[in-house]
Ligand binder design. Structure first.
Ligand code: ATR
Length: 276
């Protein structure tokens, strides 16, 4: 029987992960099965336990279970510890290993797929929730000249900055209105505002010439993307990050790195068909 994996979330019906991992498995000729599983909001640990008993090798974890996944594991990678959350669990004889591939996914998408170097650039991270926390350390490791975290609730951004007090990178927290005098080369929207189609109260002046505006959301144009496009930025959605974080998880499980371009292209085409 082939090795079994799953992605667990709530909701999970629209997850692209089964499609992505099936494509990776075919490409690399790995005998594996990967499915999407809905866990009850109070049933994440029980779902994982049942999968372990059935011999599953690992799972991806998505909203709202990433923090719980981290806590459930008895071994943690450095990047999972940095994020305080896990999106990838591996099951072995010693128990559950937690990792977090989200940050590696966004950095790889920006640097490899979009061809933008982060090193030496002024980077703005908008948001201070789980999504922002998951990518902060890998972004810092890519050595921007400055990283500003801006959030509607300032205290949360300040807490994130405080946690990285050891960082060599110039790191600041601010409110949206404090961004008025600043411009950025790379702006990442890690808020969930796009889910409700809400615009962000960020100034139009923050987009530097040749700015890359990156929204972690995919599948729709958010108000942030529209604002960025209207003010001259190159705009990217989070599909590349999704595929790259999956490739990194696949690598953890199978010790083989799939290529991502064809899968990204396939999903973009597929999605267009689905919405027409
Ligand atoms: P996630 O796991 O998606 O990061 P989260 O931890 O609930 O979810 O964090 C949501 C983030 O989106 C927060 O930074 C939140 O700002 P607050 O900390 O001020 O709540 C941000 N957010 C959500 N809706 C927003 C909106 N309409 N405008 C600005 N920020 C918003």
């Amino acid at each position: 029987m082939s090795d079994q994996y799953a992605v667990i979330g709530n909701p999970i019906a629209h997850s692209k992960s089964p499609l992505i991992h099936a494509a990776f498995a075919k490409q690399t000729q790995q005998a594996m099965h990967y499915e999407a599983l809905l866990a009850p909001l109070d049933g994440f640990a029980a779902t994982v336990q049942a999968l372990i008993e059935q011999g599953y090798k690992g799972v991806n974890v998505t909203v709202p279970f990433k923090f719980e996944a981290f806590q459930l594991a008895n071994q943690h990678s450095a990047r999972a510890i940095a994020a305080g959350a896990a999106n990838t669990l591996s099951f072995n004889a010693q128990g559950i290993v937690a990792d977090n591939t989200d940050g590696a996914g966004i950095v790889r998408d920006i640097e490899q797929n979009l061809g933008r170097s982060i090193a030496g650039k002024r980077v703005l991270l908008i948001g201070a929730g789980g999504a922002a926390g998951g990518v902060l350390q890998p972004l810092l490791a890519a050595k921007p000249s400055t990283l500003v975290i801006s959030n509607r609730s300032l205290d949360k951004a300040q807490r994130m900055v405080k946690k990285e007090a050891q960082s060599q990178i110039k790191l600041q927290a601010c409110r949206f209105e404090d961004l008025k005098q600043q411009t950025f080369d790379i702006i990442i929207n890690a808020t969930s505002a796009g889910l409700t189609d809400s615009p962000l109260a960020i100034p139009n002046s923050i987009f530097a010439q040749n700015c890359l505006a990156y929204d972690m959301m995919y599948g729709r144009e958010t108000p942030f993307m529209r604002q960025a496009k209207d003010h001259g930025a190159q705009v990217a959605d989070g599909l590349g990050m999704l595929v790259e974080q999956a490739a990194e998880a696949f690598f953890i499980w199978r010790d083989i790195r799939p290529t991502t371009q064809a899968v990204m292209q396939h999903i973009r085409t597929h999605e267009k068909l689905a919405t027409q």
